[in-house]
Design a protein around this ligand. Structure first.
Ligand SMILES: C[S@@+](CC[C@H](N)C(=O)[O-])C[C@H]1O[C@@H](n2cnc3c(N)ncnc32)[C@H](O)[C@@H]1O
Length: 345
């Protein structure tokens, strides 16, 4: 998965494919509407007002969210000195620079691309759909043995190749899960390690991460016995990761319990976990929409339809979650003040 997505020049995220939006393979929330980033900006402002510091965006895709956040932070009078972007793909870094140059040229001087996390960081870390894009390990549990699924090449094609494991981090994580024999699912060691690295460098502030997934009980539910590995190619979703390697997206849902545990083990506290719909409502997305008069149908209707996509339980509102992990601040976070603030993890 790591090679198929990130091999320099060849991987899905490192090659030149369109990826995002109508001409690509999938659509993310910032590509659907600037209302997403404008709402998230209100949460960022609260963190910056408490801790000060900067913004760090992980996995910035096309750069749309960076533009929406920076423009809204300026409107709200809370522009940070620096907007850092941590991005693994050199191709996407170039695309991000071009988007910012086009949509927020006066902000470019504040944006700095990072090759690695800084030693220390104060402020707000944001990441939309970055955890689901990290390479997972696929595990196959039988009654007695735990196998890691590898990939083999035979008869001119890729195929799964199981190898028994009996020690190591993956084995320990797999053993800790209560799943029936014959079960196949994913464990995302990379995402846990990423959260721990962020926690180590965070002095005061919050990580606010948005992605699709569930808590552990739902993720490893006995009926979800084929896991969540998914591929996207030209707006069609399927489950064959060996189809067009490097040309299609491969992703897995996020186990938010594992994310919370990784953060807590590294000294953060869980400040909130809720659905994307509830988070956006708490951040005032409906008030932002209301700034456009409904009588101006040509402007209002596309915005209302985008909001529907972001919020509807049948679309992104319920499957997508927002988790916040904090250090050095204990104020209730805006995005979680109302509703199911601490869903079960
Ligand atoms: C599914 S895209 C989401 C892009 C964007 N946030 C959006 O919502 O449109 C995943 C992004 O995360 C980046 N990425 C994946 N793993 C990363 C890592 N370990 N560190 C930083 N960026 C990463 C990818 O290159 C890509 O920009």
């Amino acid at each position: 998965m790591e090679l198929a997505l990130y091999a320099p020049g060849l991987g899905y995220y490192s090659g030149g494919a369109a990826k995002f939006g109508a001409a690509g393979d999938f659509v993310t929330a910032p590509e659907i509407s600037p209302l997403f980033g404008r709402s998230l900006a209100r949460q960022v402002v609260q963190v910056l007002q408490i801790c000060g510091g900067d913004v760090l965006e992980a996995g910035a895709g096309s750069g749309r969210l960076a533009c929406d956040l920076l423009n809204e932070l300026a409107t709200l009078g809370c522009l940070p000195q620096h907007y850092y972007i941590l991005e693994v793909s050199a191709d996407l870094r170039e695309r991000q620079r071009a988007t910012i140059l086009q949509q927020a040229p006066h902000m470019l001087a504040r944006v700095q691309w990072l090759d690695r996390l800084p030693e220390s960081f104060t402020g707000c870390v944001v990441g939309n759909e970055v955890l689901d894009a990290m390479p997972v390990n696929v595990v196959h549990w039988t009654q007695d043995v735990v196998f890691e699924r590898g990939v083999a090449w035979a008869d001119n094609t890729f195929m799964w190749h199981d190898q028994a494991i009996s020690s190591g981090r993956l084995f320990d994580a797999a053993r800790a899960l209560d799943v029936p024999g014959g079960y196949v699912s994913e464990i995302n060691l990379a995402a846990g390690a990423f959260i721990k690295s962020l926690a180590r460098c965070l002095q005061c502030g919050a990580l606010v991460l948005i992605d699709y997934g569930f808590g552990e009980r739902e993720y490893y539910h006995p009926q979800r016995n084929r896991g969540t590995l998914m591929c996207h190619y030209r707006h069609r979703a399927h489950d064959d990761p060996f189809y067009f390697p490097g040309l299609q997206d491969i992703t897995a849902h996020v186990d938010f319990t594992a994310i919370a545990v990784a953060g807590i083990e590294a000294g953060l506290h869980l400040a909130g976990y809720t659905s994307q719909a509830q988070f956006l409502i708490n951040c005032g997305i409906t008030d932002l929409l209301a700034q456009t008069p409904a009588s101006d149908a040509g402007t209002y209707l596309p915005q209302a339809s985008a909001l529907q996509k972001l919020m509807s339980p049948a679309e992104m509102g319920e499957l997508f979650k927002v988790i916040a992990l904090c250090k050095g601040m204990d104020t209730a976070l805006l995005g979680f003040v109302q509703g199911d603030q601490q869903r079960k993890l």
